[in-house]
Write a protein that binds this ligand. Sequence first.
Ligand SMILES: C[S@@+](CC[C@H](N)C(=O)[O-])C[C@H]1O[C@@H](n2cnc3c(N)ncnc32)[C@H](O)[C@@H]1O
Length: 409
Amino acid sequence: MGYSFAAGDVAFLRSVAGRAALEVASTLALSPASMIADIGELRGTYAPFDAAIIETVTCRRKARTKFRHAEDLLLTDDAVQQATAWPVAQARAWEIIRRYPDSVVHDVTCSVGAELMELSLRLGVTGVIGSDIDPVRVAMAAHNATTVELSAPTVLLRADALTPTSTADVILADPARRTGSGRVFRPDQLTPPLFELITVYAGRPLIVKCAPGLDHQNLRDKFGFDGEVQVTSLDGGVRETCLWSGPHARPLRRATVLRTHERKVSSYEITDDTDDDVPAAEPGEWIVDPDGAIVRAGLVRNYAHRHSLWQLDPQIAYLTGDSVPEAGRGFKIIEQTTVSDKALRKALHALDCGTLEILVRGLDVDPDALRKRLKPKGTRPLSLVLTRIGRKGVAFICEPGVRGGQLAA
Ligand SMILES: C[S@@+](CC[C@H](N)C(=O)[O-])C[C@H]1O[C@@H](n2cnc3c(N)ncnc32)[C@H](O)[C@@H]1O
């Protein structure tokens, strides 16, 4: 939960005195061992703002991977957890500019401004509006927007997203997925709810960030959603499903795979309007595990077709082939065996298996429990891929996984 900031805290933190206090606090360890002494030092000089100062410095430290310049920002603990990581926000900003050049974009749930900043600092948008129902977050976003070199005029206001407050050309929303009683999963449980947003902004391009596990097929089949579904991963973890609707949106499915390297982002994309004709056949040299975004978007066969891979079984997302393409992890096959503990123990022992990564699809096997039973005691790191072909379980003992290819910058 973290400290609950008041408007007065934000005003102080934005003042000259507040900035000086943050500078002092940023030199303190603020660790469990030093906290009592650190609080004493700050309270003596900065009460009643000591808690707000400590929380801000702590949040900045936690936010380093999500935000570009976390050390200058005003944040809350919840806002950091909810924020879109900068590579994902950046990719979305570029895409909005490409699709809707010279538009005014309104982020109607801007929070502390992670997405807003990525939009505002780019040439190509005419203006950016940010609003949120929470006045403290709006005040923080107003401060945060001043920390980046703005290219587009940027306006912030407190507003309810369900009451349109602008005539902006494009609407961006990222409803909260947590309520007082925990995480929510259904689109009608979001705050604000998905279908209300779609109704309120009908007729305008609307982009809504949702949970990675959103059941997009159900959204189409049951609720008639006819826009675009984009599943995005970042550095191997699926981060979100984003819905693009309104004029010109097509009923497309796509996976966007983002990877960062030294603060540079590279990306790979695949859509469902590509060929997905692939055979199922005997394994090649490698087992290929497509990136999670491709699996979640239901584009495994399209990916296989594009890279001349094939399936082991038509129902299973593991692919096989003689090379490892980009946006996949490859496991070079050493040996194929049955899934019995006895056969696995014998084969792994013969290969001097030490650390063992276990991957499972299509079989009811608990990898941790299996690793404990197999007790590998050797020196060679290996991977074990367990799956089924038809009704039969199969095990592939493989070299440790490697990432395939280079994604385009
Ligand atoms: C998941 S956060 C958005 C995070 C933001 N996209 C970012 O990357 O920093 C959801 C935000 O929606 C706001 N919110 C919830 N209900 C709202 C409503 N009816 N109108 C406007 N904002 C709302 C919350 O205050 C919260 O800041």
